[in-house]
Design a protein around this ligand. Structure first.
Ligand code: AMP
Length: 589
């Protein structure tokens, strides 16, 4: 189980001639993140302190109160589950809090720690400060989730040049903007926690996302969970047992992840799992995996069908079907896509790299780097945005709670649209504008985004007219202005009950709190990774192996205590080699 992978061409410090700030793109992923820079006419991935191009989106706080991000934090998931947070992207925009030891963090704060870590890696590689970046978000992220992403960036000291929908970034990575002819891409993006399908079209030098659908709650993690459930039964474990033992649950999850990935290249996987002095065999094959995941596979179908329908294109009119997101490596996922389109999808770019590479390409497009042809980018709003209304159906009867879209789904953004509304009662003094997003006729089935109370003059019903303007920008942020036509007065929307739309003071306050956190020194990261890996092995195993790991750990701690960089580096090499020759699969490093 490794998240290390090398980028196609290593990033270099900038040449003295290159003026302007670095053009940076970030894939802030559910399970891992990546950062890329536009250099020498192409996007290049930037490795982290460990030389890996993927940084696990995991945060942990160690005994000394140091914050760890990435591999070291991921390794602590098993040995220190109470001090480690992961998959927090799923909670973006919610009020959920994550307790890490004595501290509590919101999802945007945890994301800001990941962004900060990527920023420092890029600064170290480029030898330049980084202040802005293009950051990717799932196309299906709503307004609140996008705002939370912007807050996360702000907390990390990054200005968001643009939030780019992940499939748009992917299409750019596959070179959509380089094609001369009219073309359309279907981007099938199955990540760790989200599933996005987009149809991106190039027409007359303009890139447009024609349709964007997906499922916010479907991703590789669900496949891992399905495998974990099957393994739990095979091993004779119960949900109650796992609930009571976080460490065992994490180990089983790690095993499930290993088995799932192994089944991407092998037909059968078998092994032995030991816990609490017990040991049992497990085995899983391709066909069983397909049965276990049948429901999940079925759920992949409808967003694809909806995207094709929304784009008004025939499936055979699509020039390319490209697959991104780590979970698109699963053969059963590729099989269903091949079956749906009657052809093989394009998998030529590493599915874990495409989005960061595309985001850096977007940064370059914004800066109009001379290496790129003149391409205009447009995007669409992936859902309808509108207000709650009442409709009179007879002289005495009205239906309340209806949804009146102002900006329709798949409208090209930036968009500004106006809806006209009237009062419904005589002497009505206020018009309550409740803003929703969604596709359902009744607002109760849609997502409430916020409310605005507009005072109106008390006239007869229908005599007051209010024009409501929705402005939706390329970063997916929504502004609402309501003008009372009778008086000319305008009111703007302040979103209420929005957990992650922070005031400036709140951002400053939170930034201050985060600045006080001790971030583990970047230079020391390789040592920290060795220590956490040893600690993890110690926690996972028993008997002679545990004893040996304990001894090596003590030796390495002694080497660290000398504070002699050369001695430490020598010992780290020795310990790393020792770790490599250990056969501790499936949970080995
Ligand atoms: P993301 O980081 O959001 O792109 O998605 C990572 C997801 O891809 C995780 O759920 C991984 O389990 C999954 N994944 C990565 N590599 C493989 C593989 N070789 N086979 C199956 N799933 C994989």
């Amino acid at each position: 189980m490794t998240s290390a992978s090398q980028g196609p061409s290593p990033v270099e410090p900038p040449s003295p001639q290159r003026a302007g700030p670095p053009l940076i793109g970030i894939d802030l992923g559910t399970t891992h993140s990546a950062i890329a820079c536009w250099q020498g006419g192409e996007p290049r991935l930037i490795p982290n302190a460990l030389g890996h191009t993927l940084t696990p989106s995991v945060v942990s706080v160690d005994e000394a109160g140091h914050v760890l991000v990435g591999q070291a934090a991921q390794d602590r998931r098993i040995s220190h589950p109470q001090q480690t947070a992961e998959v927090f992207k799923r909670a973006m925009g919610s009020a959920k809090r994550f307790r890490l030891g004595a501290r509590e963090f919101g999802p945007e704060e945890l994301s800001s720690l990941v962004l900060g870590s990527l920023k420092r890696d890029a600064e170290a590689a480029l030898g330049q400060a980084i202040h802005e970046a293009v950051i990717s978000v799932p196309a299906y992220f709503n307004d609140t989730q996008r705002k939370a992403t912007k807050v996360a960036a702000e907390l990390a000291g990054l200005r968001v040049l643009r939030l780019i929908n992940e499939p748009t970034a992917a299409a750019l990575a596959f070179g959509l903007h380089r094609r001369n002819d009219e073309t359309s891409f279907l981007v099938f993006d199955l990540g760790g926690g989200t599933f996005d399908v987009s149809i991106v079209e190039l027409f007359d030098g303009v890139v447009e996302v024609k349709a964007s659908t997906g499922d916010n709650y479907l991703g590789g993690e669900d496949f891992t969970q399905a495998v974990a459930n099957a393994l739990m039964q095979q091993l004779g474990l119960t949900p109650q047992r796992l609930e009571a033992d976080g460490q065992l649950r994490n180990r089983l999850h790690g095993l499930a992840e290993h088995v799932k990935r192994a089944l991407s290249t092998e037909k059968n996987v078998r092994g032995r799992f030991a816990w609490d002095g017990q040991e049992r065999d497990y085995a899983l094959d391709e066909a069983t995996l397909e049965t276990l995941c049948a429901d999940l596979i079925a759920r992949l179908r409808s967003p694809v069908e909806r995207a094709v329908r929304d784009s008004r294109l025939r499936p055979d009119a699509l020039s390319h079907v490209v697959m991104v997101g780590g979970a698109s490596r699963m053969p059963l996922v590729r099989k269903i896509v091949t079956r749906m389109f009657g052809r093989f999808p394009d998998v030529s770019i590493d599915p874990d790299h495409a989005i960061a590479l595309g985001a850096a390409t977007q940064a370059a497009l914004i800066a109009q780097d001379e290496a790129l042809s003149e391409v205009l980018m447009t995007d669409v709003c992936p859902y309808s945005l509108g207000v709650e209304v009442s409709e009179q159906i007879s002289a005495t009867q009205s239906v309340h709670g209806l949804f009146s879209p102002v900006i329709e789904r798949n409208t090209v953004v930036p968009a500004s649209r106006t809806g006209t509304y009237h009062t419904v009662a005589d002497g009505q003094r206020v018009l309550a504008l409740n803003v929703y997003q969604g596709e359902h006729r009744f607002v109760r089935d849609n997502v409430h985004l916020g409310s605005l109370t507009v005072p109106v003059p008390p006239l007869k019903r229908g005599e007051v007219t209010v024009e409501v303007r929705f402005t939706y920008d390329v970063s997916g942020l929504l502004e609402i202005d309501a003008t009372v036509v009778n008086t000319g007065e305008t009111h703007s929307l302040a979103l209420l009950g929005n957990a992650s739309s922070l005031s400036e003071e709140e951002v400053a306050q939170r930034k201050d709190n985060l600045a006080r956190l001790k971030i583990h020194p970047r230079d020391d990261m390789p040592n920290k990774v060795v220590v956490t890996r040893l600690e993890r092995l110690y926690a996972e195993h028993s008997g002679p192996l545990r004893e040996a790991v304990g001894r090596v750990l003590t030796e390495f701690m002694a080497a660290l205590a000398t504070q002699d960089p050369e001695h430490i580096a020598r010992d780290r090499k020795r310990v790393s080699q020792w770790l490599e020759q250990l056969d501790v699969s499936p949970l080995g490093p």
